[in-house]
Unconditional design. Structure first.
Length: 556
């Protein structure tokens, strides 16, 4: 009895399972009791149903929230055809593929078993033994090459060919021999393997199987196009089956598209002896073996990718810890000055940095840097910038000289597309500030009168032009006044409507601030940004450094 219609259900974690479509109506949704329950809160309780109508299967949307899609098109009612791809209007969720009457190993076993004592039963029972051997080995935990060797040996046994070769695509897309075996289960060395390149090209281009034999069962070798290599090797039978990764469904914003299946490799078999005709079961067994090979290869790749990602995540976590440890362990809270600061990376590591440098004569240097870009590369340059700036500024040389040295250092050691905006100011005990703003967003000074001033200047970022020259500027703080140095991740913080917090939002926080300490002001700014973004994804690193000048204290 032919296999009934099936769905391949791809879980959000990538695992696949076969589900028989029965009984009808076959209901799909989040609610328990459906024939197919999808445990995703974004899927509707009653999402869709599959009905049998006049011998055909149709899928109907049941008024779902996000819609039901077939092959990327939103549908109300659709007649299902083999390999139709179904999803439910949300990304990173379940994907379903309708495979119709396609055969799994279990279905082929049932088909072969039903052959009983017919004339073809002997060969089909032989196929049964081959499939059971493959199924047993797939669960033994053998290495990838060992399992693929079992698949090739099984394919040779099914087709009664003389040689079998399994080729896999390398990163450049070229087919490389992974397993080469003969009918006696011996292994060929790669240099001993001669394969019809024309057949491989044909299979790779068409993504269709090629079964040609002089008995006419699958095509005539003399008419194969091209056939030169086949005739030269005196082959009477050539079989090549594409090993395809199943197509996947992608979502980008509101657009849902089907990505073309990826060619993982080719299962190739040939023989110099003419063979008997191929039955439909022979072909289904070969296709099933190719499918199992694809599953094994894809699982191996996913496992390797998962291990690589785990290693990378661990290394990034270490990098994040190191970056956090490079920040000041404590900030000044003295009778004349108090400082509060924080940085929040957009990703695991960030391109922002800040520091406070204690100088002679009770002076303090305040540094905030913002490296262009995000992620690991920006974090590496931010760490380098913080280290070289702290070392150079600690020399207590004139500020333009500090920036010239740092700029030259970065120009010599970073790429042309990497630079950093920097603000550095030195505050003395009388409230005088000398500063250089190298392309950074202007810090804001909140005066006791309520007036808010920006500290900008016309200097290039560091690391952009080696010949750049820098000039310092001056300002003065009165006791009780605040200076807020920040990165553009504050002003460019966006809400779900793509509106920006901007400098105006920060000015409003300073206008409304009724607290007394630098820590309270820093917290008020962080809270305002968080409330404004209201759950929207953070798009840039956010750094805040608040300086409160208290004034000289009288001697006791």
């Amino acid at each position: 009895m032919p296999a009934g219609p099936r769905l391949i259900v791809v879980e959000p974690n990538g695992e696949r399972r076969d589900v028989a479509i029965a009984p009808f109506p076959f209901r799909i949704g989040r609610q328990a009791g459906n024939e197919l329950t999808l445990r995703d809160s974004r899927v509707s309780r009653q999402q869709a149903q599959i009905l049998s109508a006049e011998g055909k299967l149709v899928i109907e949307d049941m008024g779902s929230s996000h819609g039901t899609f077939v092959n990327g098109d939103k549908i109300i009612r659709h007649e299902l055809k083999p390999n139709d791809k179904i999803d439910f209007g949300v990304s990173d969720s379940y994907q379903v593929i309708f495979i119709g009457e396609g055969a799994t190993i279990e279905e082929l076993v049932g088909k072969i078993d039903s052959a009983g004592s017919s004339q073809a039963g002997t060969r089909e029972l032989h196929h049964l033994g081959v499939l059971l051997d493959v199924a047993r080995n797939l669960g033994t935990g053998l290495s990838l090459e060992d399992v693929l060797t079992v698949v090739v040996d099984a394919a040779i046994a099914v087709t009664r060919t003389e040689r079998g070769v399994l080729l896999l695509s390398n990163p450049s897309g070229e087919l490389e021999t992974i397993v080469a075996r003969n009918a006696q289960r011996g292994t060929f060395r790669p240099e001993e393997v001669q394969i019809s390149k024309s057949v491989l090209r044909r299979v790779a281009a068409s993504r269709r199987e090629v079964i040609v034999s002089e008995d006419g069962s699958g095509g005539n070798l003399a008419n194969a196009n091209p056939q030169e290599s086949i005739m030269r090797m005196a082959l009477h039978t050539v079989i090549a089956i594409p090993i395809d990764k199943l197509p996947t469904i992608e979502a980008l914003d509101a657009t849902i598209a089907v990505r073309q299946s990826e060619l993982l490799g080719v299962l190739y078999l040939d023989s110099r002896a003419p063979l008997s005709a191929f039955s439909s079961v022979d072909r289904e067994v070969l296709r099933t073996l190719a499918h199992e090979a694809a599953t094994v290869v894809e699982n191996a790749r996913l496992f390797s990718a998962a291990r690589a990602k785990a290693r990378l995540d661990h290394e990034i976590e270490i990098a994040s810890q190191i970056q956090q440890r490079l920040l000041p362990k404590s900030l000044p809270n003295q009778p004349d000055v108090a400082v509060a600061g924080s940085t929040l990376a957009c990703l695991s590591v960030g391109g922002d940095c800040f520091d406070v440098i204690n100088l002679e004569r009770n002076r303090h240097g305040f540094f905030v840097g913002d490296v262009s870009g995000k992620g690991v590369s920006a974090a590496l340059l931010a760490t380098l910038l913080q280290g070289i700036f702290y070392t150079t500024a600690s020399m207590d040389i004139p500020l333009p000289g500090i920036f010239s040295r740092v700029n030259m250092y970065l120009c010599e050691r970073s790429g042309d597309d990497r630079y950093a905006t920097v603000f550095y100011g030195v505050l003395d005990c009388d409230g005088n500030i000398e500063y250089v703003n190298a392309g950074h967003v202007p810090p804001l000074v909140r005066r006791k009168s309520g007036l808010i001033e920006g500290l900008g200047s016309a200097n290039f970022p560091v690391g952009m032009f080696a010949e750049a020259e820098y000039e310092s500027s001056a300002a003065k703080l009165e006791p009780g006044e605040f200076m807020v140095i920040y990165s553009d991740g504050v002003s460019e913080a966006a809400n779900i409507r793509k509106e920006l917090f901007e400098e105006e939002g920060l000015r409003q926080v300073l206008d409304n601030f009724a607290g007394r300490t630098a820590q309270e002001l820093a917290e008020a700014i962080r809270s305002a940004v968080k409330t404004f973004t209201s759950g929207a994804a953070q798009s840039d690193d956010i750094t805040i450094l608040v300086v409160q000048y208290k004034g000289q204290q009288p001697l006791q």
